[in-house]
Design a binder for this molecule. Structure first.
Ligand SMILES: [Zn+2]
Length: 241
């Protein structure tokens, strides 16, 4: 896969850990589609089912969660993702359950054994105070995924009960942080932008009313590729242990 990074995303097994349905499609859907097309096994972990993401007072959070889980399943079918795990925490409350989140993500890393993890940049927005970057669920998810990937899953003394059940420690080779305000790796999604937009469009409850979904996400991908020799791109901050 072409990328401005010296080590382009190459992995047999990939885990995408996101706070809400649609986060991952928007931030790394093109990269995921390319990886899946190249034969990688990709799985998703959704920390919430987006059960508070509506302005409609007539819809209950349980109803909304079911709708958004179905939308998420439809989206990953477009991208070629093999498995989605919903952790079922309440939208907006992930900061309160971060220790549990870290434990659950550690277990999934030890079970599914990904080489590469995609998740939210948990430090995004700190220097700029840009509110759009400072969503508490994004920060909680990114921080729990970071701790689990680089510290807990490889360390046998973290959650030893998981090892007693037969799971083995797992160290991932790299983390790709999305929605970062300090990206350093740009992935060419020229061949998968169309698929990415189809996947985003599956999130009807969030994007169904948008007047120009294709134009909006095409312009975004164009902006990220500009000056980098890429027609359409997604951007990441890459961390290696
Ligand atoms: Zn989100």
């Amino acid at each position: 896969m072409r990328s401005t990074d010296e080590s382009p995303v190459a992995a047999e097994r990939v885990m995408v850990i996101a706070a809400h349905p649609d986060d991952a499609e928007i931030q790394c859907g093109g990269t995921v589609a390319r990886l899946a097309r190249a034969g990688a096994k990709v799985s998703y972990v959704l920390c919430t089912s987006g059960n508070r993401g509506s302005d409609d007072p007539a819809v209950s959070s349980q109803e909304l969660a079911l709708v958004r889980e179905e939308e998420q399943r439809a989206a990953v079918r477009q991208l070629g993702v093999e498995r989605v795990t919903f952790l079922g925490h309440d939208d907006g409350d992930l900061g309160f359950v971060q220790p549990l989140l870290r434990q659950k993500i550690t277990r999934l890393l030890r079970e599914e054994r990904p080489d590469v993890v995609f998740t939210h940049d948990f430090l995004a927005g700190l220097s700029s105070y840009e509110v759009c970057y400072l969503h508490p669920d994004h920060r909680a998810t990114g921080a729990a995924a970071f701790e689990a990937s680089f510290f807990c899953a490889p360390g046998p003394l973290f959650y030893p009960e998981q090892l007693a059940e037969g799971l083995r420690p797992r160290r991932v080779a790299a983390m790709y942080l999305f929605m970062s305000d300090r990206p350093d790796s740009y992935v060419d999604i020229s061949d998968s932008l169309e698929t990415k937009i189809k996947a985003i469009a599956c999130h009807v409850s969030q994007w169904g009313d948008h007047p120009d979904l294709t134009g909006f996400f095409t312009e975004l991908a164009e902006r990220l590729g500009r000056g980098r020799g890429l027609r359409f791109a997604e951007a990441f901050k890459v961390l290696r242990p």
